[in-house]
Structures are given as C-alpha cells and as structure tokens.
Design a protein around this ligand. Structure first.
Ligand code: ATP
Ligand code: MG
Length: 332
C-alpha cells in the first residue's frame, strides 16, 4: 500500500566514533495517507531527533537507514527538491512553537509570506488565504487577528496561528513535536480537538510526538513507543492502551491519572534512561524493568508480533500478566 512516510532501519548517532551518542537505533515505521501516528517516549528517547530527520534537519553523516516521503528518498534529495518539499509536502510544528513566529511581523503577513514562498500569486490573494486559514483554525474575527503581532495573542491563539502557518501550503504530512507544550490543560484539550477536526477535514497525515499517552490517545490511530532510541512496542492506539505488551508501556500507562489516582499522584517508572554512548548488551530497558529475567541482561530482544499489527520487543511478552502488577485502566 502507499505510504506518506516510510521509515526503515533509521539510526542516528550524534558524534563520531565509539563515543557517539546513539540517539535513534534501527527504527522502522510507516504512516499511511491521512493516518495519525503517535511516537511516545520519555525525555531523551529520540522523538525530536526522528522528527528532524524526516526533513533532513540533522547533521550529515549522522544518519543511516531510509526515509521515504511519498516514495521519494529524503536522504538522496537535492537541496532544491528538499526546499520544495518543506512546507508543501511536510510541515513541521516544533517543540517550541513560538520560535516559528517572528515577534516583529503581523501574523497574517507571516502566513502570507509562507504562501508566497511556495505559490505564485499576488499579495492580496496571499493575504486573503491567510485570513481564511486563521478562520479554519477557529480563531474568532480572523480578519482582525491577522493584523496583530504575536505578543497580542494568547498562547492558545499563537498555537493556532502556528498550525495555520503549517497548513498554508496544503501539506500531506504534519509533523507535530509536542504541540501542546506550555499550554494549560483546558487550552491543550481545545487544541487537540482542533488538530483532530483539521486532520479529518483535510485528510492530512500526522506524525504526533508526545511523552503523554493520554494526549496521544486523543489524536492517533496507531502508536509507536520509543525507549532509548528503540521502538519497544507498536500497535493501534486501542491495542497499546488497552492491552500493552511491553513493561515500559505498562509503566507509562500506570503514570496516567485515573479516576482513583489523581493527577498529582502519578506513578513514575523508577530509574532513568541509560547512557546512550555505551549501550549495554541485552534489553536496554532491563535495568528498570519490573519483569526482568536473566536472559534480558544477555540478549537484546527483537520486535515480535503479539497480535495483528501489534509488536513488542520483550522476551517475556507472553508472561507479563504473571510477572507484573495489574495494569490500571486508562481513563484519560
Ligand atoms: P524531549 O522529550 O526532552 O524533547 P526527545 O525524545 O525529543 O526528548 P531528542 O531531543 O531526540 O529526545 O534527544 C535524544 C538524545 O540525543 C538525547 O540524549 C539528547 O541529549 C541527544 N541529542 C539531541 N540533539 C543532539 C545534538 N544536536 N547533538 C548531540 N546530542 C543530541
Ligand atoms: Mg523532543
């Protein structure tokens, strides 16, 4: 089947030699046209590194593996081809969205500028489309908002402007790196609703990055769980949320607030990510794993099917129910 994004065996190492930091290791995943795929993992797991690699915003020589956008090899593209693709085929919304806005330029003008970079057409038509986009992201009085500077908008309104800018050239894939960072919970919920509405209305595929399983569940069709640069579990959102088959995913689920467990009493997974310069043999999660066995320290598990379209990288994937305490149901 066609894939909007097809990543195979992606590895990214920062720095040369044996001391290089192995930020991403042998990651493969596909995103179908119009599909929303979530990448989830704690800080330092390699999420942003993968997002940057999709548009080749990573240092040359650090990447191995293959990234295909609509079948085109990103690593082999000429700078001109790449420039044409950025914004038009793929748009990025970065972890710090305000960095996408120029404080000195009216927001309508900033969006119009993006439109003019990729399309012919006069200033008036670019401005008109800019106002239309501000309406599409449900900003009230878009014609008035277009004249404002970023600091004259709330955080949630600024994020809508950033999304409007990302949509300016009708991309086929939106890469969103923690798009609700810095927003309060209420505003976050509204922005997630907007992302859902837009992706269904426009049929745009989404690579959605988050460290919060509850947030991913609201937006994504499928989820890949990243730990120390490796995918440790992948499946439909329902499979991964309702029947997680990796101890790390189960730990992430336990970290979610439930009806019985308030948000201020989250269960953390003890320990921290390993040093990514010296990755030990065996399972990289073993030092933190509540279900660890002898084999886990010796042999690195491979990603194996545990159901249709559901994979887990765990030697004990068929015995977890006996080895781990019950998984709390997710209500987020
Ligand atoms: P967060 O949730 O905090 O945003 P992340 O999952 O996005 O984390 P990355 O930013 O991809 O993680 O970082 C993965 C690893 O690579 C980290 O150990 C980080 O320190 C390292 N790293 C990221 N960028 C660089 C860089 N330009 N040079 C060297 N190391 C880097
Ligand atoms: Mg990041």
């Amino acid at each position: 089947e066609p894939a909007t994004l097809d990543v195979t065996g992606l590895s990214i190492t920062y720095g040369a030699g044996p001391q290089g930091l192995k930020a991403v290791r042998d990651v493969s995943f596909r995103i179908a046209p119009g599909e929303a795929y979530g990448l989830i993992g704690e800080s330092g797991s390699g999420k942003s590194t993968i997002a940057y690699a999709v548009l080749r915003h990573v240092p040359a020589g650090t990447v191995s593996g293959r990234i295909l956008l609509n079948g085109q090899d990103v690593m082999a593209m000429s700078p001109q081809t790449l420039a044409g693709i950025r914004g038009r085929v793929v748009s990025m919304i970065y972890q710090d969205p305000m960095s996408a806005l120029n404080p000195a330029i009216r927001v309508g003008e900033q969006i119009a500028e993006v439109i003019r970079q990729h399309r012919r057409g006069d200033r008036a038509s670019a401005w008109a489309r800019s106002v239309a986009l501000l309406g599409q992201v449900q900003l009230p009085l878009p014609a008035e908002i277009a004249h404002r500077y970023p600091h004259q908008l709330s955080g949630g309104q600024q994020q809508r402007v950033v999304i409007a800018m990302a949509l300016a050239c009708d991309p086929e894939l939106l890469v969103m790196d923690e798009p609700t960072t810095g927003l309060d919970v209420t505003t976050e919920a509204v922005i997630l609703d907007l992302i859902n509405d837009l992706r269904h209305a426009l049929g745009v595929a989404v690579l959605f990055i988050s460290h919060n399983m509850g947030v991913v569940a609201q937006v994504c069709d499928r989820v890949g769980v990243l730990y120390a640069g490796q995918l440790v579990e992948e499946g439909s959102t329902a499979q991964v949320l309702r029947a997680p088959r990796h101890p790390y995913t189960i730990g992430l689920m336990n970290a979610l607030p439930t009806i019985d467990r308030a948000a201020d009493r989250l269960v953390d997974i003890p320990g921290r990510l390993p040093d990514l310069r010296v990755v030990p043999p065996g399972c990289v999660f073993a030092p933190r794993c509540a279900a660890v066995q002898d084999i886990c320290h010796a042999v690195m598990p491979t990603l194996e099917p545990v159901g249709t379209g559901h994979d887990s990288r765990c030697h004990e994937r068929d015995r977890l129910e006996r080895l781990l305490p019950a998984v709390a149901p997710a209500t987020a």
